[in-house]
Design a protein around this ligand. Structure first.
Ligand SMILES: NC(=O)c1ccc[n+]([C@@H]2O[C@H](COP(=O)([O-])OP(=O)(O)OC[C@H]3O[C@@H](n4cnc5c(N)ncnc54)[C@H](OP(=O)(O)O)[C@@H]3O)[C@@H](O)[C@H]2O)c1
Length: 322
């Protein structure tokens, strides 16, 4: 059926469409301006300014500090004068990191060998070791990932529990343990290592991506709760960094412009503390985040699934030739 519209109706529709277009354009422009301003504040200006971390307190706690991002983070904090509580699985590796920091930066350290996959019982010792310390910074870095992308039905049950016990629980329990002291002192910072895989569901890395979404939500909520107390809570959502975690495929395990090594990443990320409440930590990752967070969710899902399937093929080939 054909319905003729009067000129009044036509011009009302035209006006509504024009207003809608103007609002959409304004949103795009505002988002772009916010993005450029965070790039300048978080990644350009800090290059020319000193980064005083001791204002948060004398000690910093870093979990998962014997390799990759955690180790690089510990080095950056030590280089800037923090004393360090080092928490990771192996006492031998902890001793090596502590000795390296003492030798290079004269850093005072306390080590707590902890396997977070053992669950609730491990926190009592951390509580004892940190009880009387002026802890200014907590870096909730520890994390595990699947050995390579796989459908959920193939994930070993033990790996599912490890994702819950290592990726999810420590950030919540250690924040609960250390925040009251920070509040009493009126200063402190908590850094939570989430991941860009929390932007949307990630097929074939499903349990990992879901655990990182927990961290993102937890961290953003915590920031709102503790901002009024003078505590900084930062959510870090990086894309790929060349570490043991990504070594299953050369596409993401080798450094490139989009894939920094852990030291480059940590140097950049530490400088954003107190400047950006939510960041990917590295400038090329900020560009990727801007692009990915502005596509429709079906595009993210389709491209994510394609990428993970390619990385899975890579990993299986690599295993075959190993
Ligand atoms: N690499 C990336 O592309 C990437 C991207 C986004 C986010 N992230 C996040 O960044 C964080 C660090 O990742 P990474 O790439 O540096 O990982 P990594 O190289 O695998 O290092 C993980 C660290 O955690 C420790 N660890 C592992 N399981 C543990 C457990 N059960 N108890 C205590 N410590 C344990 C490891 O100790 P051992 O030395 O004893 O194994 C190691 O020091 C993770 O939260 C990860 O999700 C990484």
């Amino acid at each position: 059926m054909y319905v003729a519209l009067g000129s009044d109706s036509l011009s009302a529709i035209k006006n509504a469409l024009a207003t809608f277009g103007a609002i959409c354009s304004l949103k795009v422009v505002l988002d772009l301006m916010r993005f450029v301003s965070s790039l300048i504040r978080g990644h350009l200006l800090p290059r020319f300014a000193s980064c005083n971390l001791l204002k948060y307190g004398k000690w910093a706690v870093v979990t998962g500090c014997t390799d990759g991002v955690g180790r690089a983070y510990a080095r950056e904090l030590a280089r800037r004068g923090s004393s360090l509580v080092l928490i990771s699985r192996s006492q031998q590796k902890l001793d090596a990191v502590a000795e390296e920091l003492r030798r290079e930066f004269g850093t005072e350290t306390i080590t707590v060998a902890t396997d977070f996959s053992h669950g609730r019982d491990v926190y009592e010792r951390i509580a004892e070791k940190t009880r009387d310390l002026d802890i200014g910074i907590l870096v909730n870095n520890v994390g595990v990932m699947l050995d390579y992308p796989m459908p959920h039905g193939d994930v070993p049950e033990e790996s599912i529990w490890r994702h819950v016990l290592v990726n999810v629980a420590p950030a919540a329990v250690l924040s609960r343990l250390l925040l009251p002291g920070m509040v009493a002192r009126g200063r402190g910072a908590v850094v939570n290592l989430s991941s860009s895989s929390a932007i949307g569901p990630m097929p074939y890395m499903n349990i990992y991506s879901a655990s990182k979404k927990f961290l993102e939500f937890f961290s953003r909520g915590l920031a709102a709760e503790y901002r009024p107390h003078g505590i900084t809570v930062q959510t870090v959502m990086p894309f790929y960094i060349a570490t043991n975690m990504t070594s299953y495929s050369d596409k993401i395990g080798r450094t490139s412009m989009l894939v920094p090594d852990a030291a480059t990443f940590a140097d950049s990320c530490v400088r954003t503390l107190g400047r950006l409440e939510s960041t990917t930590g590295y400038w090329t990752h900020e560009l990727q985040y801007y692009a990915c967070s502005n596509v429709p969710s079906w595009v993210w899902l389709t491209l994510g699934e394609k990428l993970q399937k390619e990385l899975r093929q890579d990993a299986l080939l690599k295993q075959k030739h190993a």
